[in-house]
Design a protein around this ligand. Structure first.
Ligand SMILES: [Ca+2]
Ligand SMILES: [Ca+2]
Length: 474
């Protein structure tokens, strides 16, 4: 994984798992997020329905064959006015005085010379209808108010367009996962421990001399965070909501040790395992400089693409744009056919750490870099292991179930989650069509058109899901 992965610990744990709003103060934020679109539509339809429902029991509709019959009706009812509804058909509406019986009046009028018929004016009502689907969806997860990223990418509006797909499989090649995390457990397939197969047990020895075996689980936290962005259960009244948290299966593929170290052979085996497990999408928030590219990794990625598997990878965090340093895109993100994702901030700027270059496709929310929260806004909230990981012993990042971090590692799974939503609606899409769709529907940033900092622009999940043409750019 990327060494520059930036993390902020936070004490959200027990209270949030219990569904409390008091610990994090999200209630006000959530209260302010009602969709103005929905509100306008409610108001408009409410006005219309109220008008239509004013059924008037004193109205009478009559058809006359002879204009002179109108005078006879008015005399019968002891009224003076009428509304013309159709001159050609001789249709009028009249209103009988208060206190007169409608039934008796109808009967009397119907018998007058020149009257074809007289009838009441029944009320009608618009059929029940759904609010247009671009209205934002508001999950009940207590920390959803902190998830600016879902609104920034219009993921909350995309949620209204799909019921998601609870059987779609997404492989996440990373540091593993907390297999018992309450906000993830329902979406997890059996973990594949490629690290153990290639290198043996993932054992950390802390300064007290304890041996902690992280075999079969996430020894770091990075993988648990990435998986939460994609698949944290939505609307379960716990923690946060993942982009595809309404239904998806995650195949966690542990390919690094607790400190995030791995090698090309392990990654190659991890890709093959994702293919063998029938994944439709692979998320790999891991990268290295182009000098570390291998033919084996190139070949297995080409094989995965040929097997109709979309691959989404992060561009890397080695830049410091605030100081004018822009590092090239790492591999495998830079490989052909792989969707390369950089990071933007809460304030819609390219994140200072986000790598750039000709292979970048688009940006997604990655959050503020270290010490740049003032300039760049908030980080990305997601799931974190329920036990102490290496990050605890190194940096005292406590086991809180949830944590805010930032990096292109966090941007990447946003795109992966949106790809899952796209496949839920259109299962036949190919990796090339998915990539074309994502870049054609991104919101342009910076210089007009493609640029090496932001690619084709910022992820727009709503547009990506609504787009129905496949003749996108390249
Ligand atoms: Ca949740
Ligand atoms: Ca641009």
């Amino acid at each position: 994984m990327f060494k520059d992965f930036i993390l902020k610990s936070h004490l959200l744990s027990g209270l949030l798992l219990a569904g409390s709003l008091s610990a994090c103060g999200t209630a006000n934020v959530i209260g302010a997020m009602l969709s103005p679109t929905a509100a306008v539509q409610h108001a408009a339809s409410g006005t219309l329905l109220e008008h239509v429902s004013l059924a008037n029991s004193r109205d009478m509709l009559v058809r006359v064959n002879d204009p002179a019959a109108l005078a006879r009706i008015q005399q019968q009812l002891q009224i003076t006015g009428q509304d013309l509804l159709s001159a050609e058909a001789g249709l009028y509406r009249l209103r009988i005085p208060v206190g007169q019986s409608l039934t008796r009046s109808l009967s009397a009028v119907a018998q007058l010379p020149g009257v074809a018929y007289a009838e009441p004016n029944p009320s009608f009502k618009l059929p029940d209808f759904q609010i247009q689907q671009e209205a934002a969806v508001q999950p009940n997860d207590p920390n959803y108010g902190l998830q600016w990223n879902m609104r920034s990418s219009r993921i909350n509006q995309a949620w209204g367009l799909t019921n998601q797909n609870p059987t779609l499989k997404i492989a996440v090649i990373d540091s593993g996962v907390d297999p018992n995390h309450p906000d993830l457990v329902d979406h997890l397939e059996q973990l594949e421990d490629i690290y153990n197969e290639e290198h043996g047990p993932d054992i950390y020895r802390n300064i007290s001399g304890d041996r902690i075996n992280f075999g079969g689980r996430d020894g770091n936290g990075h993988g648990t965070h990435v998986i939460g962005v994609i698949a944290a259960a939505m609307n379960n009244q716990v923690g946060v909501a993942g982009v595809a948290g309404g239904g998806v299966r995650i195949i966690p593929i542990k390919a690094t040790d607790y400190a995030g170290n791995t090698d090309a052979a392990t990654l190659t085996a991890a890709f093959q395992r994702a293919i063998d497990r029938d994944a439709r999408v692979i998320n790999i928030s891991i990268g290295g400089p182009a000098s570390k590219s291998t033919q084996a990794l190139t070949d297995v990625i080409r094989l995965a693409l040929q097997r109709n598997i979309s691959i989404i990878s992060a561009t890397g965090n080695e830049s410091n744009r605030a100081s004018g340093l822009i590092s090239p895109i790492t591999v495998p993100a830079a490989y052909p056919g792989v969707i390369a994702v950089g990071a933007h901030t809460e304030f819609d700027q390219v994140a200072s750490y986000s790598n750039g270059g000709g292979e970048i496709d688009l940006l997604a929310p990655g959050g503020a870099g270290r010490s740049r929260v003032q300039e760049e806004g908030q980080q990305i909230w997601s799931t974190w292991p329920s036990y102490h990981t290496y990050e605890y012993f190194q940096r005292r990042v406590t086991s809180t179930y949830y944590a805010a971090t930032s990096g292109t590692s966090m941007a990447c799974p946003h795109v992966t989650g949106v790809v899952a939503l796209m496949l839920a609606r259109e299962p036949q899409l190919t990796p090339a069509q998915i990539r074309s769709r994502l870049i054609a529907t991104a919101d342009d940033m910076g210089p007009a058109g493609f640029d090496q900092d932001s690619g084709y622009g910022k992820l727009n999940a709503l547009r990506a899901l609504r787009w129905t043409s496949h003749d996108a750019r390249d």
